[in-house]
Design a protein. Structure first.
Length: 241
């Protein structure tokens, strides 16, 4: 079901783009990444808006915690009343993320499976193709060469993993909400290193086509932040300064 709903459509979109864009795999990978990122932009903005609202509400939540520190039940009730008064859904930042993640994971799997590098992977890929779209079966294996890269293999010079780390760090720094206490600040600093390191590790360990996906996704995320900056959770830090 996962394959039928998400992964296979992405694979076939990649193949169609590849077919009509001069058999350039890197262009197809870049475009499908951009398309998916743009498609989930409303969800991203909704998630960030919810995070920002909860961040702005934190001083009031802190007062409630101090007032009802010895009564957890009354604290929970007071918090829910505050959320209701302010029109905030406490889970509002999670639902868009739960919708985004399957799409992004499906995009990653679609790219990896499209760049079939072995006979077994090619056989598996042939089963994912929509045969009612003419000419797709004849496209495989895809042309995976670009500059010094073979998109089905790892970057031999580690250029892409470095670029992935840099862009992931910039994006993470942009979207990380400002800390309101030392514990949150320490967690923010840890996340700003761990997340870019994790994506760079994947870019280093797997096909460079996946690294292209990470790089393009980070660049689109940075551009979205610059275009829709007011939706992101930065207002508290501006007020604080």
């Amino acid at each position: 079901m996962w394959d039928a709903i998400i992964v296979r459509p992405i694979i076939n979109i990649l193949l169609v783009l590849y077919k009509y864009l001069g058999h350039e795999t890197i262009i197809a990978v870049t475009l499908v990444t951009v398309i998916i990122r743009l498609a989930i932009t409303p969800l991203t903005l909704k998630q960030q808006k919810s995070v920002r609202k909860q961040q702005e509400l934190k001083p009031k939540l802190d007062k409630l915690q101090a007032k009802y520190k010895d009564d957890k039940e009354k604290l929970a009730q007071a918090q829910m009343e505050l959320y209701k008064t302010e029109g905030i859904n406490p889970a509002g930042g999670c639902l868009p993320l739960l919708i985004q993640l399957p799409l992004m994971i499906g995009l990653y799997q679609g790219i990896i499976r499209s760049l079939a590098a072995t006979p077994l992977q090619l056989l598996a890929l042939s089963k994912d193709i929509y045969h009612w779209i003419p000419g797709l079966s004849s496209l495989i294996p895809l042309q995976s060469k670009f500059l010094w890269l073979d998109l089905a293999l790892r970057d031999p010079y580690y250029v892409l993993p470095v670029l992935v780390f840099i862009t992931a760090w910039i994006y993470q720094k942009m979207v990380t909400p400002p800390a309101t206490d030392p514990q949150a600040e320490a967690m923010n600093k840890q996340m700003m290193i761990m997340m870019p390191l994790m994506t760079a590790f994947f870019a280093l360990s797997y096909a460079s086509g996946l690294a292209i996906y990470f790089l393009v996704s980070n660049l689109v995320g940075i551009l979205q932040y610059l275009l829709f900056k007011e939706h992101y959770a930065t207002s508290a830090v501006q007020k604080k300064s």
